[in-house]
Design a protein around this ligand. Structure first.
Ligand code: LLP
Length: 462
């Protein structure tokens, strides 16, 4: 933490990475969707719409999704990873409209639950372009997926191999499967979202030999077609060194399967996990740079092993929808709290919180925010934006500079909430989950409506 004195004489305590902005009204462009801008009155516009006008109709809190930005990011991955299949990871955020955009942009879709599969099918996504994940899919869920014609099921346990084989036999089909492997890589990310180290629930360990055994078990099943190996090393990752180590281990297994089991697997999936900027601390790589590095890693390793490069796929979620969406809140109360050492922190309470963005509470995640409804010439103050839930960990933005005159009725916008925001939202404290409003070319369309009290009470049968 830094102690600092602002040009205006304000003394505060902020994390080392947080710099007082030259103009607190400015947008830090890397955090925002491509159409976001502020007008001369400091009013935030996204998709050609003024945010205060938008929320006058839909109320706050609300998620605003920039359709053009979503499509640009999807297209950037598609083009940068030309020759790969790009599966959009629907767990980051999925709705019928978004599944349709994904298909229209030429991407495939990764689902990891029966519910996500329902959304994809309702959206009319070609089932052959759907991959189905999960470490504990029930026989009923598997039957539905196989019956729907899902292109690939990513199997995660020996029990599941037997289950998919049984279901496929019963339905008289041959089901494409991938084997989820763990490569023993510690990705540099939060423990809960790192997935390729050994001591966790996902996948078959390469090191223990389970992954090889899984391959021979799948190959022995007439009702299964082994498409390839699948490795996902974690989430919110910025450098490709994790993929390098994982890629080497996974390709070594791929080569061993060809050698010892006589089957050259046609595909290989390297998972998702590409990081985005939540604050000025983060410096994500361009998809083109990622593509070049990852392709080099895989082609180099295949050449060293003397094998053909399999057909590759990736599964980005966060990097496509994360920056495309932001959350708009209304300020309800403001108070100053004295910190040890005499600094002051301004607590700004908004009308949402951990029910619409669990990530700060769950992962200690940092976010940023800006005043969306006006400009201010007041000196910046170090603020903490908090929600309205009954616990002190209910933080929306831990540290941010906001104008010192921030007041009830102001609108605040928090960027980069698209991934795992609405999708991990809850009804904690019987909160009503906010709508998702898609904006494009000056028009707004509610693609997920706000929950109502009737929705909330509908499941409470007394
Ligand atoms: N593929 C697989 C197999 C995955 O498990 C995941 C994420 C992805 C792709 C997409 O990862 P992405 O590109 O979105 O990072 N709730 C956490 C993230 C959990 C990620 C779970 N798996 C968060 O809010 O950070």
């Amino acid at each position: 933490m830094n102690s600092h004195v602002s040009p205006g004489g304000y003394t505060g305590t902020s994390p080392h990475w947080l710099r007082e902005p030259a103009d607190v009204n400015d947008l830090v462009s890397i955090l925002w969707p491509s159409t976001a801008r502020k007008d001369d009155d400091g009013v935030l516009h996204i998709g050609g719409l003024a945010i205060p006008d938008l929320v006058a109709n839909v109320n706050t809190p609300a998620y605003v999704l920039d359709e053009a930005d979503f499509r640009e990011r999807a297209g950037a991955f598609r083009d940068a990873f030309a020759g790969y299949d790009v599966y959009y990871a629907g767990k980051a955020f999925l709705s019928v409209a978004v599944a349709q955009w994904v298909a229209e942009e030429g991407l495939s879709l990764d689902v990891c639950s029966n519910g996500e599969l329902s959304v994809a099918l309702r959206a009319g996504v070609d089932p052959r372009r759907i991959g189905y994940h999960g470490n504990n899919k029930t026989p009923m869920e598997l039957r539905r997926a196989v019956d729907a014609g899902v292109g690939r099921i990513i199997v995660d346990s020996f029990h599941e191999i037997d289950r998919v084989a049984d279901v496929a036999t019963q339905l008289g089909v041959v089901q494409g499967v991938m084997i989820r492997v763990t490569a023993g890589v510690e990705a540099h990310t939060h423990e809960f979202i790192a997935t390729a180290h050994e001591d966790q629930k996902f996948g078959f360990s390469i090191a223990s030999g389970d992954a090889f055994d899984a391959a021979s078990r799948v190959l022995a099943q007439k009702s299964l077609e082994l498409r390839g190996l699948h490795s996902h090393i974690g989430s919110q990752i910025f450098d490709t060194s994790g993929w390098e180590v994982a890629g080497r281990r996974v390709l070594a297994l791929h080569a061993r399967i060809a050698d010892e089991l006589g089957r050259v697997l046609p595909e290989l999936d390297l998972g998702g996990g590409f990081g985005i900027a939540y604050t000025t601390q983060d410096d994500p790589a361009d998809p083109a740079v990622l593509a070049a590095q990852i392709t080099k890693i895989v082609t180099g390793e295949c050449a060293a092993l003397g094998i053909d490069v399999p057909h590759l796929s990736i599964e980005p979620g966060r990097a496509i929808v994360g920056p495309a969406m932001c959350t708009i809140y209304t300020v309800g109360t403001v108070k100053q709290v004295a910190l040890d050492g005499g600094a002051i922190r301004t607590y700004v309470s908004v009308d949402g919180g951990m029910s619409d963005n669990l990530r700060p509470a769950l992962y200690d995640a940092d976010y940023s925010c800006t005043l969306a409804s006006r400009a201010s010439s007041a000196e910046p103050v170090l603020a903490r934006v908090v929600g309205k839930h009954c616990e002190s960990g209910d933080i929306v933005v831990k540290d941010e500079f906001l104008p010192g005159d921030v007041a009830p009725g102001d609108l605040l916008a928090v960027p980069a909430t698209g991934a795992y925001g609405r999708s991990m939202a809850s009804n904690y404290n019987h909160a009503l989950r906010p709508p998702v409003v898609a904006v494009k070319d000056g028009r707004a369309r509610v693609i997920v409506r706000r929950e109502t009290e009737e929705d909330l009470l509908a499941t409470d049968v007394g």
